[in-house]
Design a binder for this molecule. Structure first.
Ligand SMILES: [Zn+2]
Length: 198
């Protein structure tokens, strides 16, 4: 029942977005009635709904759905090179790259495939890279309560590259951590493991 209502609501919003995108095309000097653009407002509306669908998903629930007790494993669990695509909240232009995540379990472990899903959920919202990094860290810390968690994100920002503000191909790196990762040695171990083979 509520699923049908959600689907109806999604379509209603899609139509409303399309009206606005049509107006935007015209304000940008385009002829919104020309053939190539006829369906564009609707396509953009759908694309934007997809790219921001993280708002309606619960990342903690995703982690909990595959959480199990594991008392003995106290080594670093690492998921590296997680591709992500997000939109910067200042320009609504893409920023994208790779996330690398490590945690040291205390009592709970989660399915490895759940970590990239958490990245996706936070990335599919309007973001800034620093907050994306922090939110992933906080989510894992709150849900799995590990001895420590560390998140490193490397990204390219189209709002800088396309507008020529910064060097092309420049990477912005952010990191955040808790617990055992406050020790430089633990951080180093993780950083060495995610180093690129260039
Ligand atoms: Zn931006």
């Amino acid at each position: 029942m509520s699923l049908i209502v959600d689907e109806e609501e999604k379509l209603r919003i899609q139509n409303e977005l399309s009206v606005h995108y049509k107006a935007i095309l015209e304000l940008l000097g385009e002829d919104s009635e020309r053939e190539g653009l006829l369906k564009t407002p609707h396509r953009v509306a759908k694309a934007m709904q997809f790219l921001t669908k993280g708002y309606s998903e619960d990342p903690e629930e995703v982690l909990r759905s595959a959480m199990f007790q594991e008392e003995d494993y106290k080594q670093m669990v690492i998921v590296k090179d997680i591709d992500f695509f997000s939109l910067c909240e200042h320009h609504m232009l893409p920023f994208f790259g790779k996330a690398h995540i490590a945690y040291i379990p205390k009592k709970y472990i989660t399915g490895l495939s759940k970590i990239p899903r958490v990245v996706d959920i936070f990335a599919r919202r309007l973001q800034i890279q620093e907050r994306l990094t922090m939110q992933i860290k906080d989510c894992i810390q709150r849900t799995l309560d590990p001895l420590g968690v560390m998140v490193v994100i490397e990204a390219q920002h189209m709002c800088m590259q396309m507008r020529g503000v910064e060097k092309q191909n420049s990477l912005t790196t952010t990191s955040d951590f808790t617990g055992f990762f406050q020790q430089a040695k633990t951080r180093e171990e993780f950083m060495n493991l995610i180093k690129h083979q260039r």
